[in-house]
Design a protein around this ligand. Sequence first.
Ligand SMILES: Nc1ncnc2c1ncn2[C@@H]1O[C@H](COP(=O)(O)OP(=O)(O)OP(=O)(O)O)[C@@H](O)[C@H]1O
Ligand SMILES: [Mg+2]
Length: 254
Amino acid sequence: MLKEVIATRYITPLREGGSLPGLVEADDLGTYVMKFTGAGQGRKTLVAEVVCGELARRLGFRVPRLVTIGLDPVLGLGEPDQQVQELLRSSGGSNLGMDFLSGALGFDSLAFSVSPEEAGRILWFDALVNNVDRSWRNPNLLMWQGEVWLIDHGATMIWHHNWPGAETSAARPYDATDHALAPFAPDVAAAAAALAPLVTEELLAEVTAEIPDVWLTDEPGFETPDDLRRAYARPLVARAASVHDSVQGIEGTR
Ligand SMILES: Nc1ncnc2c1ncn2[C@@H]1O[C@H](COP(=O)(O)OP(=O)(O)OP(=O)(O)O)[C@@H](O)[C@H]1O
Ligand SMILES: [Mg+2]
C-alpha cells in the first residue's frame, strides 16, 4: 500500500488541471499535488494514476512519488472559492497525492529534446496503458532537474470503464498520431524488446497491491478488491508482448 499522510493545509488550486488538483501540505511536512475522489471521474481516475504510475516507476521511468492523503472535509470550510470548497467537502477520506516537483516546467517539444530511445520507451508505455492524454497539446510530461518526469495517468486503461467489454477494448490499436513525442523518432521496437518482458503477472500483482482497498469496493461483477486487482493486471500482461505492433500513426514502427 502507498504511504498515507494527512492533509493539514490546503494551499492553492493548480489552475491548469482539468480536474482542479490542489496543492496541499501534509502532516509529514511534505507538499503534495492532491487529486480528489470527489472530482469529475472520481476514484477510477485515481486508481489509474496508481496502476500506471507505480508500473511506470518499476519499469524505470521517473514518476513523482505517490501517497494517499487523508482529508477531513472541515479543511474546506474556510475556502473562499466555492468550487474548491465543494471539492473538499465531497472528498472526505482517502485521496491521491504526489510529490510536488517544485520549479518543474511543462514539456515543450520546441524547447526540449528527447532521444529516440527515451521517446520510444515513453510512447511504448503509453500504448501499453492506452494513455490518450499525452498529446502535443497537453503532454503531461514535466522537465525537472534536466530530466523528463511522467505525470497524469488518469485517462488510461479505457477498458476499466466497461469491464464486461474489457478484452475487446484492450485489443484495439493505439493511435500515436498526436503523441507529444511522435516528432522525436521514437524507437518503439527497441523499447518493446527491453520493457515487455518485465511486464509479468508478478510485477502487476506488486503494482496493484498499492491501490487502496477503499477505491476497489462496490464494483459490479467483482466480489473482492483482489478480484478487481487481477482484472487490472490481466489486459496489461496480455498487451505487453505485442502492443508495439498495434501502434499507429508514427513512421517506421510498422
Ligand atoms: N507532481 C507535480 N509537480 C509539479 N507540478 C505538477 C505535478 N503534477 C501536476 N503538476 C502541474 O499541474 C498541472 C495539472 O496536473 P495534472 O495534469 O495531473 O491534472 P489534471 O487535472 O489531470 O489535468 P488535465 O486533465 O487537464 O491534463 C500539470 O500540467 C502541471 O503543470
Ligand atoms: Mg494534465
